[in-house]
Structures are given as C-alpha cells and as structure tokens.
Design a protein around this ligand. Structure first.
Ligand SMILES: O=P(O)(O)OC[C@H]1O[C@H](O)[C@H](O)[C@@H](O)[C@@H]1O
Length: 540
C-alpha cells in the first residue's frame, strides 16, 4: 500500500454520496466516533468506508508509523535537515520521563520550569514589583510565528481563567501602527515585558523590542527599568544579554523545541502570568494525556492517527486541496490562524526526508474563522462552488457566557452546517420546495439551478465538554500529533521551515536597495515598487 495508489482506490468514493453510507449501516455513528482526553470526535460524515479505512491503516503500518512515534518521543534526531530531536512533548511530561529522555539535560529543563513558576508567583503576589515599586498591571509579549501564535490562541481561549489580574498584550507584526496602538494605552511604570525569540535574531521581534524599550526609557526616569521589568525566553542567551536583559531574567529554550510547538516551554511565561501556575499545569496535563493516548492507543482507536489518515484520504485519494477549521466558539477564534502555522509550516513541503521530489500532494491550504461569522462570508463557496472543502467543526457543549440561548443557537448552527455541507440540495428537492410554496413553473425553472447545493462535503465534528485548560491542551496536542502523522506518511520532515528563508534574504536586499543599495539583482517590477516607495518618502 502506498500513497500513489490511493487515488485509484477512491474511484468509488468520488461518485458516492456520504449520506448513503448511513443508510446501510445503523452503527456508523458509533463506529465512526471516538473519545479521549475530554474530546469527542465524530468522523461519520467523512466519505469513507471500513475497507477504505483499513487500507489507510495498512498505509500507516507500511509507513512504519509506530516506530516513528517511538523515535519522536524517545528523542531521536528526526528533524534531519537541522540535526535536531523533536521533544516538545517532554516539556509536558512528568519529571521522571524528562530525566529518562533528556538525561543530565533534564536538570536545566526542570529548573527553568521552577524559575518560571517562581516568577509567576512573585509577580502575582507582589513580591516582585516594578522599578517604581508598584504592582505590575500589564504584560507586553513580543514575539512572532511560533513565539506568538501559541500564546495568542491560549490567551483568547482561556479568558475565563485569567485570574491573576494582569492584562496581556501581544505584539507580533512589524507595523509601527500595531505597536503604537498597544503602547498608547499602557503605563510604562507598571508594564512588564517578555521578549520571546528562540533565535533572538528575528528582525520583527528585535525591532519591536527596541521600540518598546525606547518607549519605556522615555517614560521612566529610572535607567534600570529594563533590567527590572524585562524578561526574555530564548536559546540565544548572549544576544538577549547584549540587548540589556539581566541574565537571571532570561529563560532558556532548547533547539529540540520547534517554535510552533513551543507553548509548553517558558515561551508561555506571559500566559502563565495571566492564568496562573495551576492553570498552566492543567494545560500541559491535558496535552500530556493526549500524548499518552497517541502513544498507546491502537491506530483504529487513536484520535490523532484517525484524523491524520482521514486528512490523507481527503488530500491524496479524493484530491481535495483545502481544510477549513471552523470553531463554533468565540474562545477558539484564534485557532484557525494558529493551525495555519502549525500545519502549513510543518507539512507545506514537496521533497522527501532524503530530498527527492514527492509524487503526491502534501499539506492542504488551511483556513477558517469562528462560526457563525464564517457562514455569512466564505461558506457560500463551500456550499455552491465546485470546490469541495473538508472541514473540522469544533464546538464546546457547555458555553462560558451567561446567555444560554446564544449557546444553543450557536451549537445548532454548527450542527446545521455539517449536515448541510454533507446533504446539499438536489435540483428536484429545490423544484418540489418551490412548487409547494406556490412558485410558478417559469420561476421554478429560472431559479432551481441557483438554489441547488452540491453537498457531499466531508467533515469531522470535535466536541469539547467545555473550554478548560485541560481540554485546550488536549486539542492543541491532538493537532500537533495529527500533523506529525501526516508528515510521516508523506515522508517529509515536518520540523524544519526553510521556505521562510528566501523572503528574509530578499527582505534585507530590498531594505538596502531602498537606502540606495544595488537593485540590479531584482526584477523590474520590484525595482519600480522600490522607486515608488522612495518617491512617496521624498514627497512627505
Ligand atoms: O522565535 P524566533 O526565533 O524569533 O522565530 C520566530 C518565527 O520565525 C521563523 O521565521 C519561523 O517561520 C517560525 O517558525 C518562528 O517561530
């Protein structure tokens, strides 16, 4: 069994209606659903049968998935283009596992966790005060990419767990307007800053950190304010010290934690400062439980493996190019953006681990938005264009607001969309409906085609009992493992991101060209754009 033969296998599926799969199988929902770690997955609305699923399990076996899972968790150098292990999972495991996997290096990891814990305690209790002797009120987290999305998704998901009274503000993009928007609202004397950069060389983060540093120094008479109010999280202690931070305020990271998998490390310091140590522990505990499930459950009952294989089926057998992430929960509004990075930066590749061109498609284009907003925007295309877009619906059974009627309607809309996307509406159904409403036959023939819906869109529905740190941890770990499994089956390295480098290199060339440097290696189009930009500067 290999990926290339999947498209042959899918011939029957291409012409079959998903809804027909329910009529012949009274147990479909029971057999096509699974629970673990506070999550329930219903995948019965996927266009797949038992025989086809079995072929996918065989594919997982021939891909040596079980060995690859063991290799990841035991710390083998599976990121072979950067010669690194991939051990973010160890950060959320008990200390005895840390010691077993990391050996002597576990000491630093455990000590960092403890240090982070103390910082959170000291700041929340007021034992650690600002340079002016006041209690901190706000935190600015500066970071981008993996040093941003995890914090952002968890901060917005866990709003009811913001218990320490500190407000977090996240600055990522290199746009002065975004920085100023935050700074104008803040008091430098009571604001704590955390710079998060694994490399401490990222242009955007360093420029933003400098802008915030200048703002703070301008607004304080105390030159030691940076030493007293700034923390950093980085593998590059030297650079962070050069920036002006005290060594004891720099929490280490390790090269075996990829940026987009780093929420479980000290990168989460701004989050822990807001939700408290206990809630941060629960977030890690939820992820750890998912890790246990992923390592131990047989593939047939393994949620990340199932979701990965269903994704492979949709991408490589049915040849669908996209994946929509539709959380019907305001708390998960940042999830689509987070998953765009974790999925597309991990698996958006076209060469194998050994550098050969892959003969199959890899990561889907991931996009999404919170429901029901999405219904009033791009979901028109999902219902009526030719494009079939597999979807993950995510919903919490229990809402967090005091408006229960809202929650019921929200959930009803979520369930209605998965049903509508699967069921569609045939032309005959439209004609009958219009006739029953007394519409004339001329009008029926004019309108019927416009009102039909293609249906047959496969979806998963993920139910969370409620939004909690544990359940969020489980959900994020679920997607991390799903992405890993897909990388294994596609035979690529999910843990590097060389694709972002060329843009960075050319960014430097263009910046120098804007300042009078050589433009000859650039296209006429880019030269013209630079000229227009420089002309606009001269005018103002
Ligand atoms: O944490 P940093 O070293 O500042 O890196 C921030 C981000 O930038 C890189 O270009 C990568 O695309 C991301 O994976 C990374 O998370």
């Amino acid at each position: 069994m290999d990926i290339s033969s999947l498209s042959q296998l899918s011939k029957v599926a291409q012409s079959r209606s998903i809804i027909s799969l329910f009529s012949g199988d009274a147990d479909r929902v029971e057999n096509y659903s699974i629970s673990t770690s506070g999550l329930y997955l219903d995948f019965s609305k996927q266009n797949i049968t038992n025989e086809e699923l079995n072929q996918l399990f065989e594919l997982a076996t021939t891909s040596k998935l079980a060995d690859k899972i063991k290799a990841q968790f035991s710390g083998e150098m599976i990121n072979n283009t950067e010669n690194r292990a991939v051990l973010h999972t160890v950060l959320r495991s008990p200390n005895e596992i840390k010691r077993k996997i990391l050996g002597a290096n576990a000491d630093e990891v455990i000590a960092t966790e403890q240090h982070m814990h103390e910082i959170v305690d000291d700041i929340s209790s007021g034992a650690l005060l600002s340079a002016s002797g006041e209690k901190f009120t706000d935190i600015i987290a500066i970071g981008i990419g993996g040093s941003y999305y995890g914090i952002k998704v968890a901060l917005s998901a866990l709003t009811p767990f913001h218990i320490t009274g500190l407000n977090a503000h996240v600055i990522a993009n290199v746009d002065g307007a975004a920085v100023e928007e935050k700074l104008t609202k803040l008091n430098a004397a009571t604001t704590l800053v955390v710079v998060i950069s694994k490399t401490f060389t990222t242009q955007e983060t360093l420029l933003n950190a400098l802008a915030v540093k200048n703002w703070m120094l301008k607004n304080s008479a105390d030159a030691s304010i940076i030493e007293k109010q700034w923390f950093a999280v980085s593998t590059n202690i030297v650079k962070a010290t050069e920036f002006g931070l005290l060594k004891r305020n720099i929490l280490p990271m390790w090269d075996w934690v990829g940026g987009r998998f780093s929420l479980w490390s000290a990168v989460a310091l701004p989050l822990a400062l807001v939700i408290g140590n206990e809630n941060f522990k629960k977030l890690k505990q939820g992820a750890y439980e998912m890790d246990q499930h992923f390592q131990n459950a047989p593939f047939e009952q393994n949620m990340p493996v199932l979701m990965a294989l269903l994704g492979i089926w949709n991408r490589n057998a049915l040849q669908y190019s996209n994946l929509a992430i539709l959380p019907y929960d305001h708390s998960l509004r940042a999830l689509p953006g987070y998953l765009q990075q974790t999925d597309m930066e991990s698996n958006g590749k076209s060469v194998s681990n050994s550098g050969e061109k892959l003969a199959w498609k890899t990561a889907p284009i991931v996009f999404g938005q919170e429901g029901t907003n999405a219904q009033h925007a791009f979901m028109q295309l999902m219902h009526q264009s030719d494009e079939i877009i597999p979807t993950d619906f995510i919903v919490c059974l229990k809402g967090t607001s005091d408006l229960p009627a809202h929650h019921q309607i929200l959930v009803a809309n979520c369930f209605a969309q998965s049903e509508a996307l699967m069921r569609g509406k045939t032309i005959t159904e439209v004609e009958d409906e219009l006739a029953a409403a007394g519409v004339t036959s001329e009008e029926i023939s004019r309108l019927a085609a416009h009102k039909t819906m293609k249906g047959n869109t496969p979806s998963n529905t993920l139910l969370l009992g409620e939004m909690s740190p544990e359940n969020l941890g489980g959900l994020l770990a679920l997607y991390e493992h799903k992405i890993f499994v897909q990388g294994v089956i596609w035979q690529l390295n999910s843990f590097d991101q060389w694709g972002v480098e060329l843009g960075k290199q050319l960014g430097n060339i263009i910046l120098s060209a804007m300042n009078g440097g050589d433009t000859s290696m650039l296209s006429a189009s880019s030269q013209n754009l630079i000229k227009r930009f420089n002309l606009s500067l001269n005018k103002s």
